[in-house]
Design a protein around this ligand. Structure first.
Ligand code: HGY
Ligand code: MN
Ligand code: MN
Length: 405
């Protein structure tokens, strides 16, 4: 079977590792992630890698080289809820395929390669981001261990139940000597490559993002006996805020902002909601523009709440600065794309990636792969075998150019 076919098939196998039968939902430190670990570690071993698991739960496959430096490859193997097959897993499977090709040719490069399958990039279970890559980069915030999931399980308990030692997550920091960089292959999750009829693209930068949780607190009341002018309806206040978020993003060039989660408390048909909890995701290539919009939105939340005689509190869940990819590694990746016979198209990423966290440790570069309709975070996510073949060839050429540089 050809490597591109193997990559696609492996993404389909990984899709069966889910917490929700009939959908792909693979959160941090769950049985679904255990299922993924079994598959990915087997594939890493088949490619001649020594495999180990770190405390936070990343899988690390190492392919030795003749020199002392190491190149890091990889992506994440967790998912959002009701995800597609390729967001994350494609990058891990393509990295393993490039090492497989070296292994099959009986070759060693003048550097080692470590493929990292990160255990949590999306933050689905604990609202965090980049737990796996932050642990490797040495920027894991130990306070995150006190976060609780929807079942009131702490991250500390989840790490321990998953087989890690939460007290030793600091040991997950990279200690393997000199690094040549980190290169991640990922689906574009946008329409640009398809619009330009290109199989792959070169990532120039990654937009910064911030995630907040806002809690509106009003007064629960009887839906049948409470006159409209006597209500302190938290959900209506939250609804007003959701529209304010859309207005702010539409009015700010280059901004996207999303309320992806909204819950009414107590959530009964005949009870005026006394509480409402929502998420706020704001992104922009310019960090100062994003920060100003977030401040405006939090001020508007207070105004809306005051106008409805409810209270509002906000909590910052995660914040990541915007990132320019490494010119050195990106130039090599650009030559690799040219070497594969395709035009080089540079594009910025609106989506966040583990490369953001890894940039605190080493130089980073990313290769995007065209995905149908730009659709992602959706079961309809799909790629073609031909484009996967190009991605494997480009990554393999990148390894060869790096070994000559
Ligand atoms: O949200 C993102 O940009 C990524 O999918 N974690
Ligand atoms: Mn994603
Ligand atoms: Mn992703």
């Amino acid at each position: 079977m050809t490597l591109p076919r193997i990559v696609i098939e492996r993404c389909h196998y990984l899709a069966r590792c889910t917490e929700e039968p009939g959908a792909i939902t693979r959160p941090f430190a769950t049985d679904a992630m255990r299922c993924a670990h079994e598959l990915v570690s087997e594939w890493m071993r088949e490619a001649g890698m020594a495999v180990r698991r770190d405390n936070v739960g990343n899988l690390r496959g190492r392919f030795e080289g003749s020199g002392e430096a190491t190149l890091l490859l990889g992506s994440h193997i967790d998912s959002v809820r009701n995800a597609g097959k390729y967001d994350g897993p494609l990058g891990v499977a393509v990295a393993i395929a490039a090492v497989q090709r070296l292994h099959d040719q009986g070759r060693r490069l003048p550097f080692a390669i470590e493929v990292l399958a990160f255990v949590d990039e999306e933050g689905l279970r604990f609202g965090s981001t980049y737990l796996g890559s932050r642990a490797v980069a040495g920027t894991f915030d130990l306070a995150d261990l006190d976060r609780v999931d929807a079942s009131s399980v702490t991250m500390r308990e989840a790490v321990r139940a998953f087989g890690g030692d939460p007290g030793r997550i600091g040991d997950d920091r990279w200690k393997g000597g000199r690094l040549l960089g980190y290169c991640e292959v990922h689906i574009e999750q946008g329409p640009v490559l398809e619009a330009h009829e290109l199989p792959v693209g070169l990532v120039s930068a990654i937009a910064g993002q911030s995630r907040h949780r806002l809690t509106f607190a009003g007064v629960p009341a009887h839906a049948g006996t409470t006159p409209m002018d006597h209500r302190h309806d938290a959900l209506v206040a939250a609804a007003g805020f959701v529209l304010a978020v859309e207005r702010e993003a539409v009015a700010t060039a280059g901004m996207v902002a999303t309320v992806g989660q909204l819950s009414a408390i107590p959530g009964a048909v005949n009870v005026v909601p006394g509480g409402a909890v929502l998420s706020l995701d704001v992104r922009h290539p310019d960090d100062s523009v994003r920060a100003a919009s977030v401040q405006r939105l939090l001020a508007q939340a207070n105004e809306i709440a005051a106008g409805r005689k409810v209270r509002v509190a906000s909590e910052l869940l995660a914040e990541n600065r915007s990132l320019d990819c490494s010119p050195r590694l990106t130039a090599l990746l650009s030559r690799s794309i040219e070497g594969s016979g395709h035009p080089v198209w540079r594009l910025a990423s609106g989506a966040g990636h583990d490369a953001v966290a890894m940039s605190d440790l080493t130089d980073v570069a990313m290769l995007f792969v065209r995905c149908k309709g730009g659709v992602s975070h959706n079961p309809a996510e799909s790629v073609t075998m031909d484009d996967v073949a190009v991605a494997i060839d480009v990554l393999f050429t990148f390894l060869e150019l790096l070994s000559e540089s």
